[in-house]
Design a protein around this ligand. Structure first.
Ligand SMILES: NC(=O)C1=CN([C@@H]2O[C@H](COP(=O)(O)OP(=O)(O)OC[C@H]3O[C@@H](n4cnc5c(N)ncnc54)[C@H](OP(=O)(O)O)[C@@H]3O)[C@@H](O)[C@H]2O)C=CC1
Ligand SMILES: O=C1O[C@H](COP(=O)(O)O)[C@@H](O)[C@H](O)[C@H]1O
Length: 608
């Protein structure tokens, strides 16, 4: 079977670029990013000319960001086009602008270097570098990108936090969490050393413009006069987001390139606080500069949702109320809030998982076909779905909290055993909800969500249960439980990524016995490449200015509108959660909620 690879980084497969063996002309330059590959390798036609795209870059000319596209005609002549834009726009938009190729003026031409890579540099500052997320996810993701040659030629990584550390201390700390994801990786320790040499540390306060100005000075030294592009990753608690953004923006933003800020969740606690956060961020940043991260959007199977739907004829026609009985979005973890109780108690599982990760998956699952794969087109469709959703009511929600449980001689703690959690906390560590999308496609179809900590298993999946086969000839072979005989599509986001479809099949033999079997696309068996961590994809996208997988402010508003009323009800009325034992399948109430809509949770059956 043919696999179509992009050379964005060798591990990123893409259908947009032709396979190495395709008949398209070879690329004149070794590309560094998918956008380059996308254009470099693809032959374009205009009315009279056939071009081979040779170079695409984002340049700053006369104070404007410009999309600059250089094309090499088949006769070898080079033509260049530059389109001034107030804000950066994704490079892949250039494909559409490609037809109109104009020459640059002489001065513009002079400003476009033959080797743009030598002209610019990216400085990545991890704000809160001493913290858990930075160690666990951000530095390892940056190393993986470096290993895969996905980072630009000139880059520098700075850790910034209050803790006193030297560069060597930071490198030592980071080195402990770096792994070579594949055992057989070659030269991994050599690559690690090279990577660590490009990591530095600056100690400072989050609210000190002076400290950020010192950082700025150091960044400039590393940038060595090149066009400086700066990415700040806010890996800090939300109460200091604004201070850090203010200081970074006023004292350490780029003077001649782009400045972007990745903001970690939580983006507020409700509609009001989220709007206030956005308003404050926008005092210092434009929406284009804000990259609100939801790392579930960077997960391979979540990325694949649109491919599955929109590039396979067999799925999209079935993707509506006509054939789908219900959709289930399930998240469970087999550990509690250990170590994060202080944060968690202020938010709870609905804010921690449902309002963002599961709702984002739902939006991608349910949206209409976007006009294109451009970030704005996709995000427009997601917002439409979110705004078509019926506000969630209290009677469509079940909440739970885990209690202590002893199993096999081991005692697992209750949520409230955590010292950072108040003893009388009512914060839900489990929730189930029934949601509805009031539009033509999904009218009446229950979208059931379930998320919990300290359950019996760790998994995240999407389950699509189809309707019964009308007038099914084989009904009598199924007995009375027709629901169990309906098709179910399971997209297992993690662990052990897979997409499988449960079908009814004849058991081989002389009799007529049917069973349920899986048509199974098991990633580990099908693909030899390891799956990149979500943070790798998202960091690379942020560096490339690709916003598709980041949350726009209107999406965020719509997501909060859906959950804020029910969160207020739960908290104002001090609704008591149903207690469930650590390591169990969660509260029984979740089954009653599903049963109200004639749904059975798909993850509970014997043949899951
Ligand atoms: N950890 C995770 O798995 C996930 C985290 N997130 C989000 O990412 C962000 C970072 O998370 P995480 O690394 O766990 O956070 P930490 O609590 O580890 O904080 C990160 C760093 O911020 C500084 N810091 C912590 N508390 C304060 C404070 N009250 N005032 C000033 N500085 C403080 C500390 O650095 P120093 O003292 O050196 O300045 C700390 O090392 C948070 O917004 C979190 O919600 C999101 C998803 C998952
Ligand atoms: O955002 C969060 O996600 C993690 C789960 O992420 P995963 O990639 O490991 O599935 C969750 O543990 C945490 O509570 C939440 O804040």
């Amino acid at each position: 079977m043919a696999t179509l690879y992009s050379t964005r980084c060798p591990s990123y497969p893409s259908l947009q670029s032709p396979s190495p063996s395709s008949s398209s002309p070879s690329c004149p330059h070794a590309p560094k990013s998918s956008k380059l590959v996308h254009l470099q390798c693809m032959p374009f036609s205009s009315a009279s000319n056939r071009f081979l795209a040779a170079k695409v870059s984002l340049q700053t000319l006369s104070g404007y960001h410009r999309n600059v596209l250089r094309v090499q005609q088949q006769d070898g002549a080079v033509a260049t086009t530059a389109s001034p834009v107030k804000h950066e726009s994704p490079l892949n938009r250039l494909k559409d602008e490609f037809i109109a190729v104009n020459s640059l003026t002489e001065s513009e031409e002079a400003a476009v270097s033959d080797d743009d890579e030598n002209e610019s540099t990216v400085s990545i500052t991890v704000v809160g570098a001493s913290g858990d997320l930075a160690k666990k996810k951000i530095f390892p993701a940056l190393f993986a990108l470096y290993y895969e040659d996905c980072l630009p030629k000139h880059f520098t990584i700075y850790g910034y936090a209050r803790s006193k550390m030297t560069d060597a201390d930071l490198r030592n700390m980071v080195s402990k969490t770096l792994t070579c994801r594949i055992d057989k990786r070659e030269n991994c320790s050599e690559k690690m050393d090279q990577f660590l040499k490009r990591c530095f540390y600056h100690s400072g306060q989050y609210d000190s413009q002076e400290n950020f100005a010192e950082l700025n000075k150091k960044l400039k030294e590393h940038e060595g006069g090149r066009i400086s592009n700066r990415l700040f990753y806010l890996s800090i608690p939300p109460n200091i987001f604004i201070d850090a953004v203010k200081c970074a923006s006023l004292s350490a933003s780029s003077g001649n390139g782009w400045t972007r800020v990745i903001v970690e969740k939580p983006f507020g606690r409700d509609s009001e606080s989220s709007a206030a956060l956005t308003k404050s961020l926008k005092q210092y940043l434009t929406e284009d500069q804000i990259f609100r991260i939801d790392h579930y959007l960077g997960k391979e199977l979540v990325e694949n949702l649109s491919v599955l739907r929109f590039s396979n004829l067999i799925f999209e026609p079935l993707w509506s109320r006509q054939y789908i009985r219900n959709v289930q979005l399930i998240f469970s973890e087999d550990f509690g809030t250990e170590g994060r109780g202080g944060y968690f108690d202020h938010y709870g599982i609905i804010r921690d998982i449902m309002q963002n990760h599961l709702l984002q998956i739902l939006a991608l699952f349910a949206m209409e076909t976007p006009v294109s794969l451009d970030a704005e087109d996709i995000r427009n469709e997601k917002v439409k779905v979110l705004r078509s959703m019926r506000p969630l009511q209290l009677d469509n929600v079940v909440i739970g909290q885990y209690k202590s449980h002893t199993k096999g001689g081991v005692t697992y703690p209750a949520y409230t055993d955590d010292k950072t959690v108040p003893k009388d906390s009512l914060t839900p560590t489990f929730a189930a909800a029934a949601l509805f999308i009031d539009n033509a496609r999904w009218d009446g179809v229950p979208f059931l969500m379930k998320a919990g900590k300290a359950l019996h298993t760790k998994r995240a999946e999407i389950r699509v249960q189809f309707r019964h086969v009308p007038g099914n000839l084989y009904n009598r072979n199924f007995g009375t439980d027709l629901d169990r005989a309906t098709n179910e599509l399971v997209i297992r986001v993690q662990p052990d990524e897979a997409i499988y479809l449960k079908i009814n099949n004849k058991v081989p033999g002389l009799g007529m016995r049917l069973d349920r079997s899986n048509l199974n696309l098991h990633y580990a068996a099908r693909y030899s490449k390891e799956i990149p961590d979500a943070y790798e994809r998202l960091l690379l996208d942020a560096i490339e200015g690709e916003r598709r997988l980041f949350i726009r402010s209107d999406e965020l508003d719509a997501a909060w509108s859906l959950f804020t009323p029910v969160l207020k009800d739960l908290e104002e009325n001090k609704i008591i959660p149903e207690y469930y034992p650590y390591g169990s399948r969660g509260p029984v109430g979740a089954h009653y909620l599903a049963a109200r809509y004639n749904v059975r949770w798909g993850d509970l059956g014997v043949d899951q």
